[in-house]
Design a protein around this ligand. Structure first.
Ligand code: ADP
Length: 322
């Protein structure tokens, strides 16, 4: 293998740049030539490649977003679209591809690899942390810290006005961000899709705490919680118990910003791991980190297995929110 390409796909996550840097520099260290593909699978189909040297990835380890841009591609869902992508790779003599993205991007990678024999390694990057096979995904730690900073700030104003706040965090259908932020931010309750949400019980708890003299109450809600969005939960709580609340939806701020050291180091290790897997011929696969060891898994494991929340943290949350 002499030439490889790299792309970022799907939802962006802080730390993607640190991973691009690690892939490029590790590949160059092994004598490979690296091409960056602009805008994910869209760029692969539209032939948007550029050579990446060591200096092209200087001064990006600390930057959020992705210098290669990310995109969603409807065309890549079809065999014709993927055939065009494969043709562009083969014309340049590119045999290996590193795909940094979430499980959707891995599904696309799996098709491309099977249909055209391209050596592909996936690197899990999503703020949601909902990919099995890695303790953490790239971007999760940064998103949690960003949300936590917001929760701490809301706490100040909530306490000043004796208010109930409902803060909605991201996470798609999983509660990883909410659980982590809720425990770290001392939330009075954490509403996540993995556990049943009992709004009448939450209302009684809030009332009891107010009666006991608690000056602020913060509920951290995962966007995928079955009780609804933060706004819906706020109106249900008002209907049920005549409790007024303020809602803060953190939204896309959680996707941005300079990655934390945890994300930068994870991204660097997994970028290295992706090249290591390509050079070993261990493709198609995705890499992860479990118990500090870089691991390799079949791509399909990313969507056939469901990653569980840490039961210890769940249990702890229920004790600390008492
Ligand atoms: P993420 O990688 O963050 O989960 P998406 O689910 O949006 O993001 O997937 C990113 C891109 O991967 C999609 O826009 C599409 O081009 C490709 N993709 C997703 N699922 C498939 C699939 N089943 N087959 C082929 N390509 C897919």
């Amino acid at each position: 293998m002499e030439n490889i390409a790299i792309l970022t796909s799907g939802g962006d996550a802080p730390g993607m740049n640190a991973c691009i840097r690690a892939v490029v520099r590790t590949a160059i260290h092994h004598g490979l030539c690296v091409y960056g593909v602009q805008s994910g699978y869209e760029g692969l189909i539209d032939d948007r490649f550029r050579r990446l040297g060591t200096t092209d990835v200087s001064n990006i380890v600390q930057r959020g977003g992705t210098i290669l841009h990310s995109a969603r591609s409807t065309r890549f869902l079809s065999t014709d679209g993927r055939a065009e992508a494969a043709e562009n790779l083969s014309r340049r003599g590119i045999e290996g591809l590193v795909v940094i993205g979430g499980d959707g991007s891995f599904r696309g990678a799996d098709h491309l690899s099977r249909e055209h024999g391209i050596a592909i390694v996936g690197v899990p990057a999503t703020i949601d942390n909902d990919i099995w096979g890695t303790d953490l995904t790239i971007g999760f730690d940064t998103a949690v810290n960003t949300a936590l900073e917001a929760v701490d700030k809301v706490r100040d104003t909530a306490a000043a006005h004796d208010r109930l706040f409902i803060i909605e965090v991201m996470g798609r259908t999983a509660g990883f961000i909410a659980l982590q932020v809720g425990v770290a931010g001392g939330a009075e309750d954490i509403l996540i899709p993995e556990t049943p949400t009992n709004l009448p019980a939450i209302c009684s708890l809030v009332r009891r705490r107010v009666a006991e003299g608690r000056t602020s109450n913060i509920l951290v809600v995962a966007e995928g919680d079955e009780a609804g969005s933060a706004f819906e939960i706020a109106s249900k709580i008002e209907e049920l118990a005549d409790l007024k609340s303020r809602v803060t939806v953190l939204g896309h701020v959680q996707r941005g910003g300079s990655p934390t050291s945890v994300d930068r180091v994870l991204a660097s290790k997994l970028g290295w791991g992706a090249i290591d897997a390509l050079m070993d011929g261990a493709w198609p696969c995705f890499v992860g980190e479990m118990n500090s060891i870089v691991t390799r898994h079949p791509l399909a494991d990313a969507w056939t297995n469901r990653k569980e929340l840490d039961p210890m943290l769940l249990n702890l949350a229920s004790i600390l929110t008492n």
